[in-house]
Design a protein around this ligand. Structure first.
Ligand code: SAH
Ligand code: SF4
Ligand code: F3S
Length: 438
């Protein structure tokens, strides 16, 4: 049996896609291995979102090439977003035998069969229909508690800095029945949490002759699978998150109280230039609505420092928005120009690197303080945690997330992975709640 090894980079959608690839290749007799040294096929499922993500892959290609040189017949493939963006440029290196974009994974077995040392395989066609709806992913998580379910692919927004619409193609939603079936299936296998994935889950829309299903309705259906199945989702777009979604969350206790709501910037001028289609005020109003309906809702975000023409004043607006909202956690990045995007074509990347770095550091420092404040607010609270596994620091303790997505660590007390456990928050760091059993 041939063995496949896959390294996954980038977002959760790629983690989910890697599971689809294992499933497709598994049906054709390829086994899965976690050791590159024994693999017949080495794949990297890649990300193009920032230049440093791609630089990392170039480094890995060199490592893979050593395997090719030592072991004849090993196939090296680049799949995912970087494959879609760079296409045959990857083959030109002579170090890659296979290039496959995110919508072409069904053709991987055929491509692999055709590959010879001087005949590489490539498929980078994007599709308007492919959702891999009928494919049961091979779960690669280790805990057996929490599963990703992809509910849509692609993105129809054109945020001016972002490469995703070019690498993932047009937005399409997956049949809700196949989503609910997958949720039932993982629940029966012992999973207790699903995370519904899409670039903009709020624009999920399925239309057939019989029905129209929007994201709020999909949430209700997945949450109805079983009260013991927790439902999470990512990513929400501030322009599209509706009152109906917020109220649906509040009405079903097993939909987790956490929203990842990327703001990108606190300056309306920057948001316009980024083509995010909302203003600072709109964003703050959405946050106010979420907190009015669910005062205990966790909020996390993404921020970009140093986008084209960003002034000190724009930057201060980002800091003041973060100060005002008080996110639990944030992914924070320096702007990285991506070839072919609207911003790359129309705006000079004119914030000097040292200014970007300084602004990013200010953003990180502020977030560390606000994050700690947010974790401190939970001191003394009673929370319900879904046990994910032993704590990394102390194997006698367990860890798992509360509904608001904060990581909790607590004494095992005979509890098992997959149990729901009530805890009391005793102390915290800026990323963990340290708890006792309630
Ligand atoms: N669909 C999600 C985000 C997907 S990309 C959304 O709309 O929010 C994940 C994050 O990467 C983005 O939220 C953004 O903060 C960051 N990002 C995307 N393009 C970037 C770029 N060119 N430079 C720096 N950060 C970028
Ligand atoms: Fe990129 Fe914007 Fe689409 Fe998110 S919504 S993937 S940032 S284009
Ligand atoms: Fe990266 Fe593609 Fe995801 S560019 S962030 S892997 S959609």
């Amino acid at each position: 049996m041939k063995k496949v090894y896959i390294e996954t980079y980038g977002c959760q959608m790629n983690v989910s896609d890697t599971e689809v690839i294992f499933s497709i290749l598994g049906k054709e007799g390829y086994g899965r291995t976690e050791s590159m040294d024994e693999a017949d096929v080495i794949l990297a499922n890649t990300c193009s979102v920032r230049d440093n993500a791609e630089q990392r892959i170039w480094g890995r290609i060199e490592q893979f090439n050593l395997q090719k040189r030592h072991r004849k017949g090993v196939i090296v493939g680049i799949v995912g977003c970087m494959a879609e963006r760079l296409k045959d440029k990857l083959l030109d290196t002579g170090k890659v035998d296979l290039v496959a974009g995110p919508d072409s994974y069904r053709t991987l077995p055929a491509l692999l069969k055709e590959i010879t040392p001087d005949h590489p395989g490539i498929n980078v066609l994007l599709s308007h229909e492919e959702t891999y709806a009928d494919i049961t992913p091979v779960r690669t998580d280790r805990n057996g508690v929490s599963a990703f379910i992809s509910i849509m692919r692609g993105c129809n927004n054109v945020c001016s800095y972002c490469v995703v619409p070019y690498t993932r193609g047009a937005e399409r939603s997956r049949d809700p029945h196949s989503i609910v079936r997958e949720a039932c299936d993982v629940f029966q296998k012992g999973y207790r949490e699903v995370t519904l994935l899409g670039q903009n889950v709020d624009s999920y829309l399925w239309k057939s002759e019989q029905e129209t299903v929007n994201f709020a309705e999909l949430l209700r259906r997945v949450a109805a699978v079983n009260p013991l199945l927790r439902v999470r989702f990512s990513t929400s777009h501030p322009k599209d998150i509706s009152d109906e979604v917020i109220e649906t969350m509040a009405s079903m206790p097993n939909i987790c109280r956490h929203i990842h709501l990327p703001v990108q910037s606190g300056s309306t001028r920057m948001l316009e230039k980024m083509r995010r289609k909302y203003s600072r005020e709109w964003y703050l109003e959405r946050v106010a609505k979420i907190r009015e309906v669910m005062p205990d809702c966790g909020l996390t975000t993404d921020v970009i420092a140093g986008f084209c023409s960003e002034t000190e004043e724009d930057h201060r607006q980002t800091l003041s928005l973060m100060e005002e909202v008080g996110f639990d956690w944030a992914f924070m990045f320096q702007y990285s120009e991506r070839p072919g995007t609207l911003a790359a074509r129309n705006y000079p990347d004119d914030v000097p690197p040292e200014v970007k770095t300084r602004r990013l550091n200010e953003i990180i420092e502020l977030q560390n303080r606000k994050g700690l404040e947010s974790y401190r607010k939970d001191l003394g609270k009673r929370l319900t945690v879904l046990v994910e596994g032993p704590s990394k620091r102390n194997p006698d303790d367990l860890c798992g997330r509360a509904s608001n997505n904060k990581m909790c660590v607590f004494p095992a007390g005979g509890h098992q992975v997959g149990d729901y456990v009530d805890v009391i928050v005793e102390s915290c760091t800026s990323a963990t709640l340290i708890c006792s059993l309630a």
